[in-house]
Design a protein around this ligand. Structure first.
Ligand SMILES: Nc1ncnc2c1ncn2[C@@H]1O[C@H](COP(=O)(O)OP(=O)(O)O)[C@@H](O)[C@H]1O
Ligand SMILES: Nc1ccn([C@@H]2O[C@H](COP(=O)(O)OP(=O)(O)O)[C@@H](O)[C@H]2O)c(=O)n1
Length: 227
């Protein structure tokens, strides 16, 4: 084997995928990219310019104008931006504009952990290892509710649940890169696992898939390039 080590972590909203992915990246000494931030950044640009995130042509223009290196997580985390992100994400030209940056991160240096919806199916179909992180919709809504409360917002649980269901539906129904479990992904259901237990289980699953790619300390081995 040669080339960078890529771990794809996909799953629905608030399943805990970026928490697991960020910790996997630190554990294996790899770069980390939360690909959802790119779609959120496009939606944020549209909201700031009073554009409708459902306007496909305008969304494509904003995605092409985005400088992914400059994306700043602040102001991107609200559920309004999340809803907007799932609307711009159905536009094929938006997905095409955001793809090269994601591939570049995945293939630079020793590799990376990418969290998203289509990393294992579209962005990095040849990823070294693929996880599909999920949890019941009620538990995901509870987590998002607590997250919003922790940020000083005053969320209503039923509304958070409704918005998650709507976003899941849009992510699964779109014609380009719909959210689905890659054929070769391992599923990690975190419904009854806290963040530490989810991470421990993720390390176990990934280590099984990575045998031959990591040394005894769990660090990726230098891969001799064949090209
Ligand atoms: N296993 C878990 N148990 C409880 N809460 C979790 C767990 N994993 C993540 N969280 C919390 O749930 C929220 C959503 O997690 P996050 O990793 O951002 O999800 P995603 O990236 O899938 O949207 C965050 O506030 C996070 O701290
Ligand atoms: N690889 C990705 C990542 C996100 N997205 C879209 O962007 C939206 C926001 O993604 P996110 O990962 O930041 O959302 P959360 O799961 O954190 O709520 C999702 O609902 C998807 O519609 C996508 O289409 N493809």
């Amino acid at each position: 084997m040669s080339g960078p080590l890529v771990i794809a972590v996909d799953g629905p909203a608030a399943s805990g995928k970026s928490t697991v992915a960020r910790r996997l990246a630190a554990h294996f000494g790899l770069a980390f990219l939360d690909t959802g931030l790119l779609y959120r950044a496009v939606a944020r640009r549209m909201i700031d310019r009073h554009l409708d995130p459902g306007d496909a042509l305008a969304a494509a223009g904003e995605a092409e104008a985005l400088v992914p290196e400059d994306v700043d997580e602040r102001r991107l985390r609200g559920e309004g931006v999340g809803q907007g992100a799932s609307k711009v994400a159905v536009v094929p030209a938006v997905r095409a504009a955001l793809l090269p940056f994601q591939r570049r991160i995945a293939t630079s240096g020793r590799g990376a952990v990418l969290a998203g919806r289509d990393v294992g199916t579209v962005i990095c179909p040849d990823a070294t290892c693929k996880l599909y992180v999920t949890a019941s919709v009620a538990e995901r809504a509870r987590r998002r509710f607590e997250e919003l409360r922790g940020r000083g917002e005053a969320p209503i649980y039923e509304r958070v649940l409704e918005e998650l269901i709507e976003r899941d539906r849009r992510d699964q129904a779109r014609s380009v890169a719909p959210l689905r479990i890659a054929d070769d992904a391992l599923t990690l259901d975190t419904t009854r696992l806290d963040a530490d237990a989810s991470f421990a289980e993720a390390v176990r699953l990934v280590s099984g898939q990575l045998s031959g790619h990591v040394d005894a300390a769990g660090r990726p081995q230098a891969q001799p390039r064949t090209d």
